[in-house]
Design a protein around this ligand. Sequence first.
Ligand SMILES: Cc1ncc(COP(=O)(O)O)c(C=O)c1O
Length: 400
Amino acid sequence: MSLIGHDKPVILGGNPILEQPVSIARPTLPEIKEIQESFCQIYNSGMITNSNYVQQFEERVADYLGVKEAVCVSSCTSGLMLVIKALELTGEVIIPSFTFFASGHALLWNNLKPVFVDCVPSTYNINHEIIQKCITSNTSAIMAIHIFGNPVEIESIQRIATDNNLRVIIDSAHAIGTRYKGRLVGSFGDAEVFCLSPTKVLTAIEGGIITTNNQELAKKLRIGRDYGNSGNYDCEFLGLSARMEEFNALVGLKGLEHIEEIIAKRSKLVNIYQENICQIPGISFQQIDTENTSSYKDLGIIIKRDEFGLDRDKLAYCLDIEGIATKKYFYPPLHQQSLYRKYQQSPLIETEYVSNNILCLPLYSHMEEKIVQDICHVVWRIYKYQEEIAQISTCDVMDR
Ligand SMILES: Cc1ncc(COP(=O)(O)O)c(C=O)c1O
Protein backbone atom coordinates (compact mmCIF):
# COMPACT_ATOMS: atom_id res chain seq x y z
CA MET A 1 0.00 0.00 0.00
CA SER A 2 1.32 3.39 -0.83
CA LEU A 3 -0.44 6.26 0.82
CA ILE A 4 -4.09 6.16 -0.13
CA GLY A 5 -5.28 9.74 -0.25
CA HIS A 6 -3.61 12.55 1.59
CA ASP A 7 -6.03 12.89 4.42
CA LYS A 8 -4.66 14.19 7.66
CA PRO A 9 -4.66 11.99 10.74
CA VAL A 10 -7.15 12.75 13.50
CA ILE A 11 -4.42 14.20 15.72
CA LEU A 12 -4.02 16.95 13.09
CA GLY A 13 -7.74 17.53 12.67
CA GLY A 14 -8.54 14.88 10.02
CA ASN A 15 -11.54 12.56 10.08
CA PRO A 16 -11.33 9.04 11.47
CA ILE A 17 -11.14 6.29 8.85
CA LEU A 18 -12.56 3.53 11.01
CA GLU A 19 -16.30 3.53 11.51
CA GLN A 20 -16.09 1.83 14.90
CA PRO A 21 -13.34 1.70 17.54
CA VAL A 22 -11.20 -1.42 17.17
CA SER A 23 -10.17 -3.51 20.17
CA ILE A 24 -6.72 -5.01 20.45
CA ALA A 25 -8.19 -8.52 20.81
CA ARG A 26 -11.59 -10.12 21.08
CA PRO A 27 -12.55 -13.65 22.00
CA THR A 28 -13.67 -15.87 19.16
CA LEU A 29 -16.36 -18.04 20.72
CA PRO A 30 -18.51 -20.80 19.25
CA GLU A 31 -22.03 -19.80 18.22
CA ILE A 32 -24.32 -20.00 21.24
CA LYS A 33 -26.54 -22.48 19.39
CA GLU A 34 -23.57 -24.84 19.05
CA ILE A 35 -23.23 -25.18 22.82
CA GLN A 36 -26.67 -24.40 24.23
CA GLU A 37 -27.94 -27.95 24.42
CA SER A 38 -24.78 -29.39 25.95
CA PHE A 39 -24.58 -26.46 28.33
CA CYS A 40 -28.06 -27.26 29.68
CA GLN A 41 -27.24 -30.94 29.82
CA ILE A 42 -24.13 -30.25 31.94
CA TYR A 43 -26.07 -27.85 34.13
CA ASN A 44 -28.82 -30.34 34.79
CA SER A 45 -26.53 -33.34 35.22
CA GLY A 46 -24.95 -32.06 38.41
CA MET A 47 -21.50 -33.05 37.03
CA ILE A 48 -20.30 -29.52 36.49
CA THR A 49 -16.57 -29.73 37.03
CA ASN A 50 -13.75 -32.04 35.99
CA SER A 51 -16.00 -34.64 34.42
CA ASN A 52 -16.88 -35.99 30.92
CA TYR A 53 -16.28 -32.83 28.89
CA VAL A 54 -12.95 -32.20 30.57
CA GLN A 55 -11.92 -35.74 29.74
CA GLN A 56 -13.07 -35.39 26.13
CA PHE A 57 -11.27 -32.08 25.79
CA GLU A 58 -8.07 -33.63 27.15
CA GLU A 59 -8.31 -36.50 24.67
CA ARG A 60 -8.95 -34.21 21.69
CA VAL A 61 -6.13 -31.84 22.60
CA ALA A 62 -3.69 -34.73 23.06
CA ASP A 63 -4.79 -36.15 19.74
CA TYR A 64 -4.50 -32.84 17.92
CA LEU A 65 -1.06 -32.06 19.34
CA GLY A 66 0.27 -35.60 18.99
CA VAL A 67 1.18 -35.93 22.67
CA LYS A 68 0.41 -38.71 25.14
CA GLU A 69 -1.21 -36.65 27.87
CA ALA A 70 -3.17 -33.44 28.19
CA VAL A 71 -4.27 -32.27 31.63
CA CYS A 72 -6.86 -29.52 31.94
CA VAL A 73 -6.38 -26.96 34.69
CA SER A 74 -8.01 -23.74 35.79
CA SER A 75 -5.40 -21.46 34.17
CA CYS A 76 -2.02 -21.48 32.50
CA THR A 77 -0.53 -19.97 35.66
CA SER A 78 -1.84 -22.79 37.86
CA GLY A 79 -0.60 -25.27 35.23
CA LEU A 80 2.91 -23.81 35.34
CA MET A 81 2.87 -23.77 39.14
CA LEU A 82 1.82 -27.41 39.26
CA VAL A 83 4.35 -28.59 36.68
CA ILE A 84 7.16 -26.92 38.61
CA LYS A 85 5.94 -28.41 41.87
CA ALA A 86 5.47 -31.88 40.39
CA LEU A 87 8.96 -31.86 38.87
CA GLU A 88 10.37 -30.88 42.30
CA LEU A 89 12.54 -28.14 40.88
CA THR A 90 14.96 -26.38 43.19
CA GLY A 91 17.30 -23.38 43.16
CA GLU A 92 17.44 -21.39 39.94
CA VAL A 93 15.47 -21.51 36.73
CA ILE A 94 16.52 -19.80 33.52
CA ILE A 95 13.79 -17.68 31.99
CA PRO A 96 13.55 -14.80 29.50
CA SER A 97 12.68 -11.40 30.93
CA PHE A 98 10.62 -10.57 27.85
CA THR A 99 7.50 -12.45 28.87
CA PHE A 100 4.23 -12.03 30.72
CA PHE A 101 4.63 -11.93 34.47
CA ALA A 102 2.71 -15.18 35.01
CA SER A 103 5.75 -17.14 33.74
CA GLY A 104 7.90 -15.60 36.49
CA HIS A 105 5.19 -15.78 39.12
CA ALA A 106 5.04 -19.57 38.74
CA LEU A 107 8.70 -19.69 39.77
CA LEU A 108 8.32 -17.36 42.73
CA TRP A 109 5.32 -19.29 44.05
CA ASN A 110 7.62 -22.32 44.12
CA ASN A 111 10.41 -20.41 45.90
CA LEU A 112 12.65 -20.59 42.85
CA LYS A 113 15.04 -17.89 41.73
CA PRO A 114 14.52 -16.59 38.20
CA VAL A 115 17.73 -16.10 36.23
CA PHE A 116 16.90 -13.73 33.41
CA VAL A 117 18.23 -14.19 29.92
CA ASP A 118 18.10 -11.60 27.15
CA CYS A 119 15.97 -12.07 24.04
CA VAL A 120 16.76 -12.01 20.33
CA PRO A 121 15.51 -8.63 19.07
CA SER A 122 14.19 -9.98 15.76
CA THR A 123 12.26 -12.98 17.17
CA TYR A 124 11.54 -11.61 20.70
CA ASN A 125 12.32 -15.12 22.01
CA ILE A 126 14.92 -16.20 24.56
CA ASN A 127 18.45 -16.09 23.15
CA HIS A 128 19.47 -19.72 23.54
CA GLU A 129 23.10 -18.86 22.84
CA ILE A 130 23.31 -17.10 26.23
CA ILE A 131 21.65 -19.85 28.26
CA GLN A 132 24.79 -21.94 28.77
CA LYS A 133 26.62 -19.03 30.41
CA CYS A 134 23.82 -18.60 32.94
CA ILE A 135 23.83 -22.19 34.18
CA THR A 136 25.24 -22.69 37.67
CA SER A 137 25.33 -25.66 40.03
CA ASN A 138 21.97 -24.40 41.38
CA THR A 139 20.15 -24.42 38.05
CA SER A 140 17.40 -27.01 37.81
CA ALA A 141 15.48 -26.01 34.68
CA ILE A 142 14.99 -23.77 31.68
CA MET A 143 11.61 -22.16 31.12
CA ALA A 144 11.17 -21.16 27.49
CA ILE A 145 8.24 -19.19 26.09
CA HIS A 146 6.96 -19.12 22.49
CA ILE A 147 6.46 -15.38 22.42
CA PHE A 148 3.26 -14.40 20.57
CA GLY A 149 3.27 -17.95 19.14
CA ASN A 150 6.73 -17.80 17.54
CA PRO A 151 8.37 -21.11 18.50
CA VAL A 152 11.61 -20.95 20.45
CA GLU A 153 14.68 -22.77 19.16
CA ILE A 154 13.52 -25.95 20.89
CA GLU A 155 16.19 -28.37 19.68
CA SER A 156 19.05 -26.15 20.86
CA ILE A 157 17.38 -25.52 24.21
CA GLN A 158 16.70 -29.22 24.71
CA ARG A 159 20.32 -30.04 23.84
CA ILE A 160 21.64 -27.56 26.42
CA ALA A 161 19.21 -28.96 28.99
CA THR A 162 20.18 -32.57 28.31
CA ASP A 163 23.91 -31.77 28.45
CA ASN A 164 23.43 -30.08 31.81
CA ASN A 165 20.84 -32.43 33.26
CA LEU A 166 18.14 -29.76 33.39
CA ARG A 167 14.39 -29.91 32.95
CA VAL A 168 12.64 -27.96 30.21
CA ILE A 169 9.27 -26.36 30.83
CA ILE A 170 7.65 -24.50 28.00
CA ASP A 171 5.17 -21.75 28.65
CA SER A 172 3.12 -22.25 25.49
CA ALA A 173 0.41 -19.83 26.59
CA HIS A 174 0.39 -18.23 23.13
CA ALA A 175 1.21 -21.20 21.01
CA ILE A 176 -1.68 -23.56 20.32
CA GLY A 177 -1.43 -24.30 16.60
CA THR A 178 2.22 -23.19 16.37
CA ARG A 179 4.53 -25.49 14.41
CA TYR A 180 8.21 -26.04 15.06
CA LYS A 181 9.87 -27.57 12.00
CA GLY A 182 6.47 -28.76 10.82
CA ARG A 183 5.44 -30.35 14.13
CA LEU A 184 2.79 -28.84 16.35
CA VAL A 185 4.23 -27.72 19.67
CA GLY A 186 2.85 -29.52 22.72
CA SER A 187 5.11 -32.54 23.02
CA PHE A 188 8.42 -30.78 23.61
CA GLY A 189 10.42 -30.48 26.82
CA ASP A 190 9.18 -32.09 30.03
CA ALA A 191 5.85 -30.32 29.71
CA GLU A 192 4.20 -27.47 27.86
CA VAL A 193 1.40 -25.33 29.29
CA PHE A 194 -1.20 -23.58 27.11
CA CYS A 195 -3.50 -20.74 28.08
CA LEU A 196 -7.19 -20.71 27.18
CA SER A 197 -8.16 -17.24 28.42
CA PRO A 198 -10.37 -14.95 26.27
CA THR A 199 -7.57 -13.28 24.29
CA LYS A 200 -6.00 -16.56 23.21
CA VAL A 201 -6.17 -18.27 19.82
CA LEU A 202 -8.20 -21.07 21.40
CA THR A 203 -10.28 -20.01 24.35
CA ALA A 204 -12.25 -21.96 26.93
CA ILE A 205 -13.29 -18.58 28.45
CA GLU A 206 -10.63 -19.28 31.09
CA GLY A 207 -8.40 -22.26 31.63
CA GLY A 208 -5.11 -23.90 30.88
CA ILE A 209 -3.93 -27.23 29.54
CA ILE A 210 -0.71 -29.03 30.32
CA THR A 211 0.69 -31.44 27.74
CA THR A 212 3.41 -34.01 28.27
CA ASN A 213 4.64 -37.38 27.07
CA ASN A 214 5.52 -38.27 30.66
CA GLN A 215 2.60 -40.33 31.96
CA GLU A 216 3.87 -40.40 35.53
CA LEU A 217 4.06 -36.62 35.51
CA ALA A 218 0.53 -36.39 34.08
CA LYS A 219 -0.75 -38.63 36.85
CA LYS A 220 0.86 -36.41 39.45
CA LEU A 221 -0.57 -33.29 37.79
CA ARG A 222 -4.10 -34.75 37.90
CA ILE A 223 -3.65 -35.30 41.63
CA GLY A 224 -2.02 -31.88 41.92
CA ARG A 225 -4.94 -29.99 40.38
CA ASP A 226 -7.13 -31.57 43.06
CA TYR A 227 -5.17 -30.24 46.08
CA GLY A 228 -2.68 -33.11 45.93
CA ASN A 229 -5.35 -35.55 47.05
CA SER A 230 -5.12 -38.83 45.16
CA GLY A 231 -8.50 -39.90 46.53
CA ASN A 232 -7.62 -41.28 49.95
CA TYR A 233 -7.76 -37.90 51.71
CA ASP A 234 -4.07 -38.16 52.62
CA CYS A 235 -2.11 -35.58 50.63
CA GLU A 236 1.47 -36.51 49.78
CA PHE A 237 2.10 -33.61 47.49
CA LEU A 238 1.25 -29.91 47.79
CA GLY A 239 -1.36 -29.30 45.13
CA LEU A 240 -3.77 -26.55 44.22
CA SER A 241 -7.47 -26.21 43.69
CA ALA A 242 -7.10 -25.92 39.92
CA ARG A 243 -9.70 -28.07 38.23
CA MET A 244 -11.43 -27.08 34.99
CA GLU A 245 -15.18 -26.66 34.84
CA GLU A 246 -17.22 -28.66 32.37
CA PHE A 247 -18.54 -25.46 30.77
CA ASN A 248 -15.01 -24.32 29.99
CA ALA A 249 -14.14 -27.69 28.50
CA LEU A 250 -17.25 -27.54 26.31
CA VAL A 251 -16.30 -24.13 24.90
CA GLY A 252 -12.71 -25.29 24.38
CA LEU A 253 -13.86 -28.46 22.61
CA LYS A 254 -16.02 -26.51 20.17
CA GLY A 255 -13.24 -24.02 19.49
CA LEU A 256 -10.78 -26.82 18.86
CA GLU A 257 -12.91 -28.02 15.95
CA HIS A 258 -12.01 -24.78 14.14
CA ILE A 259 -8.41 -24.40 15.25
CA GLU A 260 -6.76 -24.89 11.86
CA GLU A 261 -9.14 -22.38 10.17
CA ILE A 262 -8.40 -19.93 12.97
CA ILE A 263 -4.65 -20.28 12.53
CA ALA A 264 -4.97 -19.83 8.75
CA LYS A 265 -7.14 -16.75 9.22
CA ARG A 266 -4.71 -15.13 11.66
CA SER A 267 -1.85 -15.82 9.33
CA LYS A 268 -3.78 -14.17 6.49
CA LEU A 269 -4.52 -11.09 8.60
CA VAL A 270 -0.85 -10.80 9.55
CA ASN A 271 0.10 -11.07 5.87
CA ILE A 272 -2.21 -8.17 5.08
CA TYR A 273 -0.55 -6.11 7.79
CA GLN A 274 2.88 -7.06 6.48
CA GLU A 275 2.14 -6.41 2.82
CA ASN A 276 0.63 -3.05 3.59
CA ILE A 277 2.98 -1.49 6.09
CA CYS A 278 6.31 -3.27 5.70
CA GLN A 279 7.56 -0.53 3.35
CA ILE A 280 7.16 2.12 6.01
CA PRO A 281 10.64 3.00 7.26
CA GLY A 282 11.19 2.11 10.92
CA ILE A 283 8.53 -0.61 11.20
CA SER A 284 9.64 -4.20 11.58
CA PHE A 285 7.76 -7.42 12.23
CA GLN A 286 8.56 -10.40 14.43
CA GLN A 287 10.75 -12.78 12.48
CA ILE A 288 9.42 -16.31 12.18
CA ASP A 289 11.94 -18.87 10.91
CA THR A 290 10.91 -20.20 7.48
CA GLU A 291 10.83 -23.76 8.87
CA ASN A 292 8.31 -22.71 11.53
CA THR A 293 4.83 -21.22 11.71
CA SER A 294 3.31 -19.01 14.36
CA SER A 295 -0.16 -19.09 15.88
CA TYR A 296 0.07 -15.28 15.81
CA LYS A 297 -1.50 -14.87 19.17
CA ASP A 298 -0.34 -11.27 18.95
CA LEU A 299 1.09 -9.04 16.29
CA GLY A 300 3.91 -7.04 17.83
CA ILE A 301 5.78 -4.57 15.64
CA ILE A 302 8.92 -2.64 16.54
CA ILE A 303 9.01 1.09 15.89
CA LYS A 304 12.44 2.59 15.26
CA ARG A 305 11.98 6.21 16.09
CA ASP A 306 14.92 7.47 14.02
CA GLU A 307 13.43 5.99 10.86
CA PHE A 308 9.70 6.24 11.51
CA GLY A 309 9.97 9.79 12.82
CA LEU A 310 7.85 9.14 15.92
CA ASP A 311 8.45 6.87 18.83
CA ARG A 312 6.27 3.95 19.86
CA ASP A 313 4.43 5.92 22.52
CA LYS A 314 3.49 8.69 20.15
CA LEU A 315 2.32 6.25 17.51
CA ALA A 316 0.21 4.48 20.16
CA TYR A 317 -1.26 7.81 21.15
CA CYS A 318 -2.11 8.74 17.54
CA LEU A 319 -3.72 5.34 16.94
CA ASP A 320 -5.69 5.62 20.13
CA ILE A 321 -7.32 8.87 19.04
CA GLU A 322 -8.11 7.24 15.70
CA GLY A 323 -10.08 4.62 17.69
CA ILE A 324 -7.46 1.88 17.31
CA ALA A 325 -6.47 0.15 20.54
CA THR A 326 -2.87 -1.04 20.84
CA LYS A 327 -0.86 -2.59 23.63
CA LYS A 328 2.72 -2.07 24.80
CA TYR A 329 3.29 -5.70 25.47
CA PHE A 330 5.45 -6.74 27.37
CA TYR A 331 6.36 -3.42 28.86
CA PRO A 332 8.14 -3.15 31.19
CA PRO A 333 9.94 -6.49 30.97
CA LEU A 334 10.02 -8.68 34.06
CA HIS A 335 13.45 -7.67 35.34
CA GLN A 336 12.35 -4.02 35.46
CA GLN A 337 9.21 -4.70 37.49
CA SER A 338 9.29 -4.03 41.24
CA LEU A 339 8.77 -7.65 42.19
CA TYR A 340 11.65 -8.90 40.05
CA ARG A 341 14.23 -6.10 40.16
CA LYS A 342 16.29 -7.74 42.88
CA TYR A 343 17.03 -10.73 40.66
CA GLN A 344 18.74 -8.77 37.87
CA GLN A 345 21.19 -5.98 38.50
CA SER A 346 22.69 -5.47 35.04
CA PRO A 347 20.66 -4.30 32.02
CA LEU A 348 19.33 -6.72 29.45
CA ILE A 349 19.99 -4.60 26.39
CA GLU A 350 17.93 -6.39 23.74
CA THR A 351 15.00 -7.06 26.05
CA GLU A 352 14.86 -3.40 27.01
CA TYR A 353 15.11 -2.36 23.37
CA VAL A 354 12.23 -4.63 22.32
CA SER A 355 10.13 -3.72 25.33
CA ASN A 356 10.64 0.04 24.82
CA ASN A 357 9.79 -0.05 21.13
CA ILE A 358 7.19 -2.77 20.70
CA LEU A 359 3.56 -2.13 19.93
CA CYS A 360 0.92 -4.81 19.48
CA LEU A 361 -1.70 -4.00 16.86
CA PRO A 362 -5.28 -5.31 16.86
CA LEU A 363 -5.59 -8.95 15.90
CA TYR A 364 -8.39 -11.42 16.53
CA SER A 365 -9.60 -14.42 14.64
CA HIS A 366 -12.92 -13.10 13.34
CA MET A 367 -11.49 -9.70 12.40
CA GLU A 368 -12.51 -8.47 8.97
CA GLU A 369 -9.71 -7.99 6.45
CA LYS A 370 -11.07 -4.52 5.68
CA ILE A 371 -10.37 -3.44 9.27
CA VAL A 372 -6.75 -4.48 8.92
CA GLN A 373 -6.51 -2.52 5.66
CA ASP A 374 -8.01 0.53 7.33
CA ILE A 375 -5.57 0.28 10.23
CA CYS A 376 -2.69 0.09 7.75
CA HIS A 377 -4.05 3.17 6.01
CA VAL A 378 -4.09 5.02 9.32
CA VAL A 379 -0.50 3.99 10.08
CA TRP A 380 0.54 5.27 6.65
CA ARG A 381 -1.05 8.64 7.12
CA ILE A 382 0.48 9.02 10.56
CA TYR A 383 3.85 8.28 8.98
CA LYS A 384 3.17 10.71 6.14
CA TYR A 385 2.46 13.49 8.64
CA GLN A 386 5.10 12.45 11.16
CA GLU A 387 6.97 15.75 10.99
CA GLU A 388 3.90 17.78 11.83
CA ILE A 389 2.88 15.32 14.53
CA ALA A 390 6.36 15.46 16.04
CA GLN A 391 5.90 19.20 16.56
CA ILE A 392 2.89 18.65 18.77
CA SER A 393 3.74 19.08 22.43
CA THR A 394 4.49 15.75 23.98
CA CYS A 395 3.20 16.76 27.40
CA ASP A 396 -0.13 15.09 26.54
CA VAL A 397 1.54 12.08 25.05
CA MET A 398 1.66 10.13 28.24
CA ASP A 399 2.15 6.45 28.73
CA ARG A 400 -1.52 5.54 28.34
C1 LIG B 1 3.21 -15.99 28.34
C2 LIG B 1 2.06 -16.18 29.28
N1 LIG B 1 2.17 -17.09 30.26
C3 LIG B 1 1.18 -17.32 31.13
C4 LIG B 1 -0.01 -16.62 31.03
C5 LIG B 1 -1.06 -16.83 32.09
O1 LIG B 1 -2.22 -17.40 31.62
P1 LIG B 1 -3.51 -17.53 32.58
O2 LIG B 1 -4.18 -16.21 32.58
O3 LIG B 1 -4.34 -18.60 31.96
O4 LIG B 1 -3.02 -17.92 33.91
C6 LIG B 1 -0.18 -15.69 30.01
C7 LIG B 1 -1.45 -14.95 29.90
O5 LIG B 1 -1.70 -14.21 28.99
C8 LIG B 1 0.88 -15.43 29.12
O6 LIG B 1 0.80 -14.51 28.17
